[in-house]
Design a protein around this ligand. Structure first.
Ligand SMILES: CC(C)(COP(=O)(O)OP(=O)(O)OC[C@H]1O[C@@H](n2cnc3c(N)ncnc32)[C@H](O)[C@@H]1OP(=O)(O)O)[C@@H](O)C(=O)NCCC(=O)NCCS
Length: 406
């Protein structure tokens, strides 16, 4: 009887108890972390104590990755060595490239990236050495190679040979070179570098939590990262930037953008790239990318993207406010989409570029989880759930063999 009542209640959307459980862990603190903090009320993001604005203006992706992994800013020598380690690790093992060449060319880039992670694990000489040094070495290889895999896949699917990396370039610059086969101008390489800094970490977001959850079982770092890539691929997470670009392309030539936004909201549809599970005000990363997109648009004679996004933002914010929703503002994906577009990054690769940055945060979180850096006793994640399914008492339902079932 209990089961029947529950099922009816769910269908009718009546059960308050059931509704409140399915909150996606909003506001529930599941662990301590020393890596980053998001103050959603005030729009403040810090990595290891440093504000994202400072890091975006003055740091580099390499330095930020070091900061996330080692909990301190590097000296000149330490940064040189770390950058050298990244450059040396960019070359992909031959069998990984050979395997990638067998993959159907129409495959989704995030699927290819996710498939490549365990292949990279098979080439790692310290895979199962559960020491901090071994995990730091794996982190460096992963940061270098996630970028290399994304770039190599672009070449392979175009029927081209992957390019060797150019050690004289920064991580961001080398990624653009390996992707396009053209040496990037320093300004574009610096813009991508800044975008990578902005995307490098974001506390317990869905993909980072997935990484941490997996390695809490003492699985190795690559197993955690593969889970993170899967989580990031969804359109409510990293996949939103590609959706934003699709929205912009579909609106090209649209005279009544405000009317389109109203229609979307009236039909109960979301505006991609807006809203955030934590930020209740402007996402500080979005402000940076907005200005970057405006500047790149002016430079390349493509100001329409910035114009359209500004109009969508203004209309959506005011229309949502009329509907009593005053906290839905642009997030990082809203303004990163045109930035990547203007850098020549194919639209279906945009989420993979997010991964090129987020791998720094994922690996830092995996190390924190494994070695209990923020909490003395790292424990296997094992939440509980309320069983609301079929129930016939403790002795169980009567099992009828298949042939006797009607
Ligand atoms: C990111 C996101 C999942 C956060 O979700 P959340 O905090 O759990 O909020 P919810 O999805 O429960 O939304 C709360 C309300 O705001 C509305 N809302 C949230 N984001 C919206 C958006 N982008 N456009 C229109 N309405 C939105 C929801 O429809 C919901 O309305 P309701 O209460 O009438 O049902 C959500 O804002 C979203 O789906 N955004 C679009 C996808 C995106 O950009 N993702 C990238 C995140 S970095």
């Amino acid at each position: 009887m209990a089961a029947e009542t529950n099922t009816k209640d769910i269908k009718a959307g009546k059960s308050e108890e059931i509704k409140t459980k399915n909150t996606g862990l909003r506001g529930i603190k599941v662990a301590d972390t020393k890596i980053s903090d998001v103050d959603g009320e005030n729009g403040v993001l810090i990595y290891r104590g440093y504000r994202i604005e400072e890091l975006a203006r003055y740091s580099t992706f390499e330095e930020t990755a070091y900061l996330l992994l080692y909990d301190m800013l590097p000296s000149v020598e330490q940064l040189k060595e770390f950058s050298r380690g990244l450059a040396e690790s960019r070359r992909l093992p031959g069998f990984v490239l050979d395997s990638m060449k067998q993959i159907p060319r129409r495959s989704l880039p995030m699927d290819v990236l996710q498939a490549a992670i365990p292949l990279l694990a098979m080439a790692d000489p310290v895979l199962t050495a559960e020491t901090r040094d071994a995990n730091l070495a794996m982190a460096v290889r992963l940061i270098a190679r996630v970028a290399a895999v994304v770039a190599a896949w672009q070449r392979i699917r175009e029927g081209l040979e992957p390019l060797p990396s150019d050690d004289a370039l920064s991580h961001a610059g080398d990624f653009l070179w390996q992707l396009s086969g053209a040496k990037p101008d320093p300004e574009t390489a610096k813009d991508l570098d800044t975008a990578l800094v902005l995307h490098a970490d974001h506390s317990f977001n869905a993909s980072t939590f997935a990484c941490r959850e997996v390695v809490s079982t003492q699985a190795h770092m690559y197993a955690g990262v593969a889970a993170g890539v899967g989580a990031l691929s969804g359109s409510l997470h990293g996949g939103a930037n590609e959706q934003v670009m699709k929205m912009l392309l579909s609106l090209q030539g649209e005279k009544d953008i405000a009317g389109w936004v109203r229609h979307q909201l009236d039909s109960g549809r979301k505006i991609m790239g807006m809203g955030h599970a934590v930020y209740k005000t402007i996402d500080p990363r979005a402000s940076f990318l907005k200005e970057m997109g405006r500047r790149l648009g002016v430079k390349l004679g493509q100001e329409q993207w910035h114009r359209m996004l500004t109009q969508i933002e203004e209309t959506a914010v005011s229309e949502l406010a009329k509907r009593g929703k005053t906290t839905i503002k642009p997030n990082v994906d809203f303004y990163s989409a045109p930035v990547y577009h203007l850098m020549g990054i194919p639209h279906d690769l945009m989420t993979s570029v997010f991964a090129v940055a987020r791998i720094a945060g994922w690996t830092a979180h995996i190390i924190e989880e494994k070695f209990g850096d923020a909490q003395q006793k790292p424990a296997l994640y094992r939440p509980s759930s309320e069983y609301i399914g079929n129930y016939c008492g403790r002795s169980g339902c009567v099992y009828t063999p298949v042939r006797e079932r009607k």
